[in-house]
Design a protein around this ligand. Structure first.
Ligand code: AMP
Length: 221
């Protein structure tokens, strides 16, 4: 069973990698960022609550985020595994997760901070289908338009310069500690992401196949 967490700074490539894993292993990609962005685009109470937090690059309160992930993991499609992308992001979230799910590995995406900033400022996102592009690393075929659905590409509000700085500060002060948390538990698998995607995949795929061969923990919650 492949039940994994993708850990790493914003811009390290968690979303792109998660989509690749989802396609190869047929397990759901659960991105708290995508869930919040979708909510922020609508008129629901959750949307109202998270809109300004997202634009600033700050974090949505733990209690709300934990409840959302707990509910999502109860859905039937997670029985064969799941990819958590962007959760947990704080120590209280990681501690809470231990109470309701037991991931088999934490993939720690390693990338120098200058590269993280360069990647975030060049990122372009399709507001219609969620596809991610990059002006340098993954340009769309027609400039400014999504390859998959043709919609106009946008810069996420939290990829604007001020928000990027804030997100990196939040990562350093609140999320980076999780690396040690999972290392202590023997779950942390470092993945050098400062190299071409094909090389990253060549290392990651057999690792995931190894996890797939393992049965789910008998005491799974
Ligand atoms: P991401 O797409 O993962 O970079 O997330 C985008 C934004 O959603 C973050 O900057 C936060 O405002 C919010 N967010 C995503 N995941 C979490 C989380 N686990 N805890 C709190 N806020 C989150």
């Amino acid at each position: 069973m492949i039940a994994i967490i993708l850990l790493g700074p914003p811009g390290a490539g968690k979303g792109t990698l998660a989509e690749e894993i989802k396609t190869a292993f047929h397990i759901p990609h659960i991105s708290t960022g995508s869930i919040f962005r979708e909510a922020a685009a609508g008129k629901t109470p959750l949307g109202e609550q998270v809109r300004s937090i997202l634009a600033s690059g700050g974090l949505v309160p733990d209690e709300l985020t934990i409840a959302l992930v707990r509910d999502r993991l109860k859905q039937g499609d997670t029985e064969r595994g799941y990819i958590l992308d962007g959760f947990p992001r704080t120590l209280p979230q990681a501690e809470a997760l231990e109470g309701f799910a037991r991931p088999g590995a934490v993939i720690n995406l390693c990338l120098p901070e200058e590269e993280v900033t360069a990647r975030l400022s060049g990122r372009r996102t399709c507001p219609a289908c969620g596809e991610i592009f990059h002006v340098r690393h993954r340009p769309s075929r027609k400039e400014g338009l999504c390859d998959r659905c043709g919609a106009g590409l946008t810069i996420r509000p939290d990829d604007e310069e001020g928000a990027i700085k804030n997100r990196l500060r939040v990562y350093r002060t609140q999320t980076a500690v999780l690396e040690g948390f999972y290392r202590e538990r023997g779950l942390c698998h470092d993945l050098d992401c400062h190299r071409p995607p094909a090389e990253i995949w060549k290392e990651l795929k057999p690792f995931l196949q190894g996890l797939e061969a393992d049965p789910p923990p008998s005491s799974s919650i």
